[in-house]
Write a protein that binds this ligand. Structure first.
Ligand code: IMP
Ligand code: MG
Length: 174
């Protein structure tokens, strides 16, 4: 059994402040056409980031990447769906995900995008668990560096629960 930590690991205010800083950083260094968001975990981050980038004209698209069967361990096999509906040829893409863990998801998505003929791709994640990395991958824009802990809230789930919380919490053994 698991339960939420007593206090948020990252409060809603801290997230909002960091999102706005990230937007400034991104707007300064990358002129992009489309934000491509990895469902489902990145939905909340994407919507806040996109609003914070409102002065930078862009489109929004979604792709589904799933590697977690259930629970806390990735199955290792990544299933990507939704690319068939997108036309990103020649586009500059900002790929957004909730968290970089082993790196498998982002690394695979970047290859898929390059194969599909995008002209440029940069990556942005809300959180990075550097300790967990198994593939050589670095995101261009990172919100928070975190320890090797399982986190939920602000879009991130444990067996589909906790996604709607506005802050990030640690899940601990009860
Ligand atoms: P990676 O492919 O191992 O880098 O895993 C990235 C994906 O796993 C993310 O898009 C998340 O959906 C999920 N994930 C990784 N760590 C966590 C976590 O601590 N909480 C919830 N989901 C996570
Ligand atoms: Mg995910």
């Amino acid at each position: 059994m698991y339960k939420m930590s007593e206090k948020p690991m990252i409060t809603a205010e801290q997230i909002q402040k960091r999102v706005s800083e990230l937007a400034t950083e991104i707007a300064k260094s990358f002129e992009f056409d489309v934000i491509l968001s990895a469902l489902t975990g990145a939905y909340m981050f994407t919507s806040d980031l996109s609003r914070a980038l409102a002065n930078t004209k862009h489109r929004i698209a979604f792709i589904k990447a799933s590697s977690y069967g259930s629970g806390m361990e990735s199955s290792g096999k990544l299933k990507v769906s939704g690319m068939e509906h997108l036309d990103l040829k020649g586009k500059k893409v900002l790929l957004v995900d909730d968290i970089l863990d082993t790196g498998n998801t982002m690394c695979t998505l970047v290859s898929v995008l390059k194969e599909s003929g995008v002209s440029d791709v940069r990556t942005c994640v809300l959180m990075n668990k550097e300790e967990r990395r198994t593939v050589d991958f670095h995101a261009d824009f990172v919100g928070f560096e975190i320890k090797n802990e399982f986190v939920v809230g602000y879009g991130l789930d444990f067996n589909e629960d906790y996604r709607t919380l506005p802050e990030v919490w640690t899940l601990i053994e009860a």
